[in-house]
Design a protein around this ligand. Sequence first.
Ligand code: GDP
Ligand code: CA
Length: 326
Amino acid sequence: MRIVSLAGGIGGARFLRGLLAATPDSEITVIGNTGDDITLYGLQVCPDLDTVMYTLGGGIDEEQGWGRQKETHVVKEELAAYGVEPQWFGLGDRDFATHIVRTQMLKAGYPLSAVTEALCARWEPGVRLIPMSDDRTETHVVISDGQGRRAVHFQEWWVRMRASVPAEQIILVGADQARPAPGVLQAIADADVVILPPSNPVVSIGTILQIKGIREALETKTVVGVSPIVGGAPVRGMADACLTAIGVDTTAQAVLELYGSPLVDGWLVAEEDAGVRLDGVRIEARPLIMHDVESAAAIARAALDLATELAARPGGSAAPQSGGAR
Ligand code: GDP
Ligand code: CA
């Protein structure tokens, strides 16, 4: 089976680890979010690509959910001793090496997709990981604080401010010019099913969907999503602050409506959200908390079973539906 999955960072990576466990023989292509990318100390940092790569490659700090296990922070301390900013982003020594290699290759002229492939040759994540675009995009957040109304990098709002200042707007800078990375549209075209993991609907999945052509390509496929919102709250992190910024309620229902039909054909919600409904979408209620690889695999299995069933309907999801099963 050929599967395409979009992915942000922690939620996406943990789900993907379950998906791999649930279907070890499938060919999985992951389209990774690069809107979180940031240049720090002259280095190109791709937090979501790295979280997927480290999680699937066995190098992740399990407790934290991002960064390397057995990490040290000597370089960060030395930079701070020089007074170098920013000091709010926690890059560890092992992690630094990844960003040095990436930056060196980018400077030599390799596109990010080729660099990601090279980094994955070491980590062997078991999936094909492609950045959503080789073109630089960055998520910026418009806020008003003591320094007036201004746009800050997403990471400054998320990591330094812990999203405590309300976001007035969330903008993907560069979205207009960005094209899907080589292989992205082909992988979608070749996919039997597409899975949306419980990644952040605004700054992870929402960002990938803004890259020209990706949403349109996905609309022709059978797509099943997993709700990142359970019982009216994000399972982890501050996705509610992102949803509020774009005027969407923090509910499994509102996130489904944000994605909408015809993009989504099936939607997994937690058992407490079993009342969610949307025309044209099959809803199923399941335990949706990823405690470990086994529970993530059970969720992935449910998403895959639903997607397979929906794809097998006459004409699959692309065909016009005349009432009935859908
Ligand atoms: P980030 O880039 O590291 O923020 O990670 P993602 O965008 O991939 O995923 C973040 C989202 O994952 C958050 O909105 C969480 O609500 C969701 N999430 C995290 N753990 C779980 C879980 O166990 N179950 C579900 N359903 N969602 C989760
Ligand atoms: Ca992220």
